[in-house]
Design a protein around this ligand. Structure first.
Ligand code: FES
Length: 113
């Protein structure tokens, strides 16, 4: 699969090429334990480290690699993985929360209210 403006072959595989990553990210969990999830500005959720990816029935989804990009724009043709469609769709989102989450909303989201 090729994407206009992108080098040929760059979009092959489960996940599309990752955005430029911080160099020190592998130092977060030097022993390989744990994972980080990073919302990239105007892009996917980058998941790095030791993690399991499950569907809502508990079935294992093979991520195919240790670092993956999960779609958060809703436009990917490879959900739950990012396929780069966020760029074409003009998806826009900050990397950090645009406002604090009130405790009540968090509790309701967890089914605790
Ligand atoms: S975030 Fe990349 S396709 Fe949705």
């Amino acid at each position: 699969m090729s994407v206009p403006g992108e080098p040929p072959g760059q979009w092959e595989g489960v996940s599309r090429p990752l955005p430029e990553l911080p160099e020190d990210v592998d130092d977060v969990f030097p022993d390989g334990a744990g994972a980080t999830i990073t919302p990239y500005r105007d892009g996917p959720l980058i998941v790095r480290g030791e993690f399991r990816l499950l569907d809502q029935d508990g079935g294992e989804i093979d991520p195919g690699r240790r670092t993956i990009a999960l779609c958060r724009c809703g436009k990917s043709g490879l959900k739950p993985f990012c396929d780069g469609s966020h760029k074409r769709s003009g998806f826009s989102a900050p990397s950090t929360p645009s406002r604090p989450r009130p405790a009540q909303i968090v509790r309701e989201g967890l089914g605790e209210a």
